[in-house]
Design a protein around this ligand. Structure first.
Ligand SMILES: Cc1ncc(COP(=O)(O)O)c(C=O)c1O
Length: 390
């Protein structure tokens, strides 16, 4: 594995590289947006995919029991979380899964809590399902984010039916700890709130181990659906395989019925083979990936601190995303957006799309070769230096 290798992704219909014109009105920006990686998957995964191609038959498919077994083992090995194969429902993506969960577990008009700044599709998922969006803004403290539990309780008390938890949190990179998760569980029990826990980033962690919400003792009697996938971990997003873990059979049956009624397909020979190979044999690759990405983060943080002190950042516990705070530059969102595109020539994710508390921020993806990070920061520094000139 050579994470320094530059792989040309242009003209491969890559969202990150080939949708710049459509999204940013210019195709010569340096792409550090969409949350995928510019790295090749582990060799074992590529080999498994070759084997599927060699076999050459692509009839109707269902994800095999051996994949369920590999997932069960992964949960145990990575998080000391014991689940059963029957707890797994395959889904064609975490966003589609959350959409189905909202539609089957809540009614039109019901309140659903999200915690901005947060992964922006959560807003659309609540709104397109015609549920009521309840925003429990995170609080910034000591350069990181915390949950405002008083406000969370208020929101739950006001009749919220569901909380979409993002753990680890995108874009702030927080791994919610046992104590915080337990507090959420206690409140959810008190006010009868369903928890949809999006844990898609749970393998990309730098400080200790991720704690699955549903693994907590305090979550035992709650209605919890945990959404996970190999897509962020092993760069398999295009294969569209994810899964919901829940030991609540009624919840699971509702989800599965809804997927059937919506003619939602699940998996194909490629996604099953890739996911199983990754979970069974991809851990050494992941260990190296985490070290490489953490070095990228340290490098970016050092350069920001030393060369661009007015650009602050949240040091992530998890995720390969750096949440950068440009507020000291004194620009409104439109001016910041324009400056990043026209002066820095960078394609980042604009902070305000993650909700109001994201105003003045932007998200930079650091899952790329070091030279790509260097170029991105060089561009940012040139624009920054021009701003500082009288
Ligand atoms: C928190 C979170 N959930 C879900 C997704 C997307 O999941 P999927 O591609 O499986 O729909 C992302 C991708 O960036 C994410 O950050």
């Amino acid at each position: 594995m050579n994470f320094d290798e530059i792989i040309d992704r242009k003209q491969t219909n890559s969202m990150k590289w080939d949708a710049l014109k459509e999204r940013y009105k210019s195709d010569d920006l340096w792409p550090m947006w969409v949350a995928d990686m510019d790295f090749k998957v582990p060799e074992v995964v590529q080999k498994a995919l070759h084997n599927v191609t060699e076999h050459g038959v692509f009839g109707y498919h269902f994800p095999p029991a051996s994949l369920r077994e590999a997932i069960v083992e992964w949960m145990d090995k990575r998080f000391e979380w014991t689940i059963e194969q029957e707890d797994i429902t395959f889904t064609p993506g975490v966003v589609p899964a959350i959409h189905q969960l909202i539609s089957v577990l809540t009614e039109e008009g019901d309140g659903i809590i999200v915690q901005p700044p947060v992964y922006y599709p959560f807003f659309a998922l609540v709104n397109t399902n015609r549920r009521t969006l309840l925003e429990n803004d995170l609080v910034e403290r000591n350069g990181t984010y915390e949950i405002d539990f008083n406000d969370l309780e208020e929101k739950m008390k006001s009749g919220a039916k569901m909380l979409i938890l993002c753990n680890p949190h995108n874009p702030g990179g927080r791994m919610w700890n046992k104590e915080e998760l337990t507090k959420i569980a206690v409140l959810a029990k008190q006010y009868d709130v369903i928890i949809v826990s999006d844990e898609i980033h749970s393998d990309i962690t730098f400080r200790g181990n991720h704690v699955p919400f549903a693994s907590l003792e305090a979550a035992t009697d709650l209605q919890v659906a945990t959404c996970m996938a190999p897509s962020k971990t092993f760069n398999l997003a295009a294969l569209q395989l994810s899964y919901v873990i829940s030991n609540q059979r009624e919840l699971q049956q509702k989800l599965e019925l809804s997927m059937r009624q919506n003619f939602t397909g699940i998996g194909n020979p490629y996604s099953s083979a890739a996911a199983e190979a990754a979970y069974r044999e991809g851990e050494p690759w992941l260990t190296n990936l985490l070290a490489y990405v953490r070095d990228n983060i340290d490098y970016a943080e050092k350069r920001l601190k030393e060369e661009m002190p007015k650009i602050d950042f949240v040091d992530p516990d998890a995720t390969y995303l750096l949440w950068m705070d440009f507020r000291q530059l004194g620009m409104d969102d439109q001016a910041l957006q324009q400056w990043l595109r026209e002066e820095a020539r960078l394609a980042l994710n604009d902070g305000h799309t993650f909700g109001k508390p994201g105003s003045g921020f932007a998200r930079m993806n650091l899952a790329c070769p070091r030279s790509h990070v260097e170029e991105g920061l060089n561009r940012l520094k040139q624009a920054y230096d021009r701003l500082q000139q009288p």
